[in-house]
Design a protein around this ligand. Structure first.
Ligand SMILES: [Zn+2]
Ligand SMILES: [Zn+2]
Ligand SMILES: [Zn+2]
Ligand SMILES: [Zn+2]
Length: 504
């Protein structure tokens, strides 16, 4: 069990000193072990001006080359409205809620229950939780489930906790209540008082998690053998060491064992920094900047953020509001300043930032809260009738809706919808190309969807003789290359790749 000391919870400014970095790397390599780490891997930890620690390429790295493998040092539930009940220990789905007999107020399956064996994977965390004396022990407590990933840090060994405490943890925003403070506010425990060493430890951990954790998942089957994806959060140290750039040079997936596979999405030269994108690829600049500011506390000034056209994609641009200016695009005069005015690139009309933000908000709400929940016909109708009137076809919300349509239009759809889907796949692939985004995860998903929809269209039109042509095989190869290690890759991908010889 990790030693809880006052020293461990003090934030440290010397994380980037050469001695600390060397010791930290040695610990990390020991944690990863021979199965995940080998000295041939082309990364090292370095200190970069303006960034602090980051990962550096130790030699030229080719596109699609594996850079590193990483496993979570901590993993568990997120603060998330789960729509199924699952065992807090092994994630098995529970048809009916069964609480742990140990009194920790968590849903636990029969195999993980403390009564199942002298020592189950749940025993140690249950002992920690029950030592704080949960009140109301007969009832399920979501608040404890949400705090479980932080609580698990109490069980880290010395090596692991040394690594975790070498990670930065930003204090929460003033208006945010963390899952740890929620335990206190809701008076969940009789014996976890304010000021106790345990609580100080948990607060430090929750900050490290909120600063660094990735969304990962576990696939579990219910009694009818249906797959469910349980979304979890995982602290991946190597993953978290990558700094942000809106034009990342890596992609990553998580396999069935929650191992992170990080590959180069673009060629990386020796000495260059290895960058991840903390935001969404297909978001416009204003959205990315606001998201990065509120969730990660920094402003990005990369070349994509500086370019008002976003490398010609106009993802964030708005439709000019002048009726006689049908093709005008409003873009920010200075994208790095959130408060900057916007201007039409055709007629010169200017618009204040408050108004721009209002339009973005309304568009976002209409698309993300409303339209996205419709069925495929509903989404297509919305795209063709409504969206085209107030948003540009290249706008991020239009793109988001098209992505949703791609997901929803599947094999049984009518030919007309399938043709639309093919068009959307091609459009978004073109945007990724304009961004020079390389062999990224979204490209893999779109390449798979494009292959499938073309296959279905060929069947419907009785043109199987002409399918798959070389471009289609290329799509399948791309999908396989990018998605093969992902634990939630499409179920038929392996079979398709093998059948068409694209899995080499
Ligand atoms: Zn279980
Ligand atoms: Zn328990
Ligand atoms: Zn940027
Ligand atoms: Zn205009």
């Amino acid at each position: 069990m990790a030693t809880v000391t006052e020293e461990a919870v003090q934030p440290d400014a010397s994380l980037a000193s050469p001695e600390r970095v060397a010791a930290f790397k040695a610990d990390l390599v020991a944690f990863l072990g021979e199965k995940l780490y080998s000295p041939e891997q082309p990364w090292d930890i370095a200190v970069f001006e303006g960034y602090g620690r980051g990962l550096v390429a130790t030699r030229d790295i080719a596109v699609n080359e594996l850079i590193f493998l990483d496993r979570p040092i901590l993993v568990g539930p997120r603060v998330n409205n789960y729509d199924v009940i699952f065992c807090a220990s092994c994630c098995r789905i529970q048809k009916r809620l069964t609480l742990c007999s140990g009194g920790c107020r968590l849903p636990i399956c029969a195999d993980c229950d403390r009564s199942a064996a002298p020592e189950t994977p749940h025993t140690a965390e249950c002992t920690v939780i029950t030592s704080w004396q949960p009140k109301d022990q007969k009832r399920y407590c979501k608040t404890i489930l949400y705090a479980l990933t932080s609580i698990r840090a109490m069980l880290l060994n010395d090596l692991e906790s040394r690594i975790v405490f070498n990670m930065e943890g930003h204090a929460p925003r003033k208006d945010m209540i963390t899952e740890i403070d929620r335990l206190l506010k809701d008076q969940i425990f009789a014996n976890l008082p304010e000021g106790s060493a345990n609580l100080t430890f948990l607060r430090r951990i929750v900050n490290v998690l909120n600063t660094n954790a990735f969304e990962t998942f576990r696939i579990v089957q219910d009694e009818e053998n249906n797959d469910h994806e349980i979304i979890l959060r995982g602290l991946y140290i190597l993953g978290a060491l990558m700094n942000h750039h809106c034009l990342a040079n890596v992609r990553y997936v998580f396999d069935e064992n929650q191992v992170m596979w990080c590959h180069a999405s673009r060629p990386i030269r020796k000495g260059e920094q290895i960058f991840n994108n903390y935001s969404k690829v297909l978001w416009g600049t204003q959205h990315r900047i606001i998201h990065l500011w509120f969730s990660k506390h920094f402003l990005c000034e990369c070349e994509r953020c500086r370019d008002v056209t976003e490398l010609g994609t106009y993802l964030g641009a708005l439709k000019c509001v002048r009726e006689r200016c049908p093709n005008g695009r409003l873009v920010s005069l200075n994208p790095l300043k959130i408060a900057s005015a916007w201007q039409c690139d055709k007629c010169g009309l200017q618009m204040g930032n408050l108004k721009v933000t209002k339009i973005q908000e309304i568009a976002g709400r209409m698309v993300l809260n409303n339209a996205i929940k419709r069925d495929e016909a509903g989404i297509l109708e919305y795209l063709n009738d409504h969206v085209s009137r107030f948003l540009l076809p290249c706008n991020q919300f239009t793109v988001e809706l098209k992505l949703q349509a791609i997901r929803k239009i599947q094999g049984e759809a009518c030919l007309e919808h399938l043709v639309e889907k093919e068009r959307f796949c091609r459009e978004i692939l073109t945007i990724l190309e304009q961004l020079k985004y390389g062999e990224c995860f979204v490209k893999g998903v779109l390449a798979y969807e494009l292959f499938k929809v073309r296959m279905t269209i060929a069947q419907r039109r009785d043109e199987q003789g002409c399918f798959p042509d070389e471009p289609a095989l290329d799509n399948l190869r791309t999908a396989w290359t990018i998605l093969q290690h992902s634990g939630n890759r499409p179920r038929d991908l392996d079979q398709l790749a093998q059948c068409y010889g694209c899995n080499v």
